[in-house]
Design a protein around this ligand. Structure first.
Ligand code: LP5
Ligand code: MN
Length: 255
């Protein structure tokens, strides 16, 4: 079990959770909204948690010199220098991020799932893709690409060759998604319950991936557990903000 020894925030402090930003050079408005978010809302937080899919895709840490990526890294560096703790979890798009990127950006890489303590509540964090167990084709793909040897062989190829392969997989993924039902691409209730039991019934579960921002109440063995689902940043930025009195989803305007 991954149980992170992260300092719980003081009573007056807020913690922010985001995921599924899918940042890329071809969506400049979202990039601008995100860089602006880092200097405003995120800057006033105790900690910022990014629960996966920060980037549209990540082909390897040797891409940190890319102009677009540099801009994002600088945004994080400034936020970290201002005293905000930044935590990043892998998503299905950017699980090839490793220490080099995190060091440059001043980010702490955390495992999926990670359990934290927030004002006395236990909070389980996950990207959420592993909970979509009805999506058999995706879970098989996931098993293959998360394999250590497979990753190392993939990373041994030139950067551009990797990007070309990822683009091809993106096309295939979009084709396959168009014939999958919405239900197949959502989390499986049994998988959620099993994870919550494994982590000893946390008060909250926060995840992204499904792009269905919502708050669900789930009774598990007599305990009512809240499952927060984070929104994506395709059309509009959004974040979950938690303080000692609770959590709420906030949409960003004006990007
Ligand atoms: O991301 P999202 O939400 O759009 O879709 C996901 C699942 N798709 C993926 C694929 C990623 O979007 C693209 C790859 C990311 C880069 C990873 C870097 C390193 C890997 C490099 C590999 C060479 O995760 C999608 C889910 C959906 O979430 C909802 O949960 O349904 O899953 C799929 O669509 C997967 C397909 O069902 C199976 C794909 C088989 C591809 C086989 C490879 C084909 C040959 C490629 C040529 C080189
Ligand atoms: Mn995802």
């Amino acid at each position: 079990m991954v149980n992170l020894n992260i300092n719980s925030p003081a009573l007056s402090e807020v913690t922010i959770f985001i995921s599924d930003l899918h940042l890329c050079a071809s969506r400049p408005q979202i990039t601008e909204a995100f860089l602006n978010f880092l200097t405003t809302q995120a800057k006033s937080a105790h900690a910022l948690y990014i629960l996966g899919d920060l980037f549209e895709y990540w082909a390897g840490d040797d891409d940190i010199d890319n102009e677009f990526n540099k801009q994002i890294i600088q945004g994080f560096e400034a936020l970290a220098a201002s005293g905000v703790s930044i935590y990043l979890m892998h998503g299905n798009r950017d699980f090839l991020i490793t220490d080099e990127f995190c060091r440059a950006a001043g980010i702490h890489l955390i495992s999926d799932p990670t359990l934290i303590n927030l004002h006395g509540s236990t909070v389980l964090l996950s990207h959420g893709d592993e909970l979509c167990t009805d999506d058999i084709a995706y879970q098989q793909f996931r098993l293959q690409v998360r394999n250590k040897q497979w990753k190392s062989e993939f990373l041994n190829q030139p950067l551009q060759a990797r990007k070309n392969q990822i683009e091809a997989i993106r096309v295939r993924s979009e084709q396959e998604k168009s014939s999958k039902s919405a239900q197949i691409m959502d989390v499986n209730q049994d998988a959620v319950v099993s994870l919550l039991k494994q982590y000893h019934y946390p008060d909250l579960l926060i995840h992204g991936h499904t792009h269905r921002p919502n708050q669900h109440q789930l009774p598990v063995d007599g305990k009512l557990i809240t499952r927060w689902v984070l929104g994506d940043w395709y059309e509009q930025g959004s974040y979950l903000v938690c303080d000692a009195s609770g959590c709420r989803n906030v949409n960003l305007i004006n990007h």
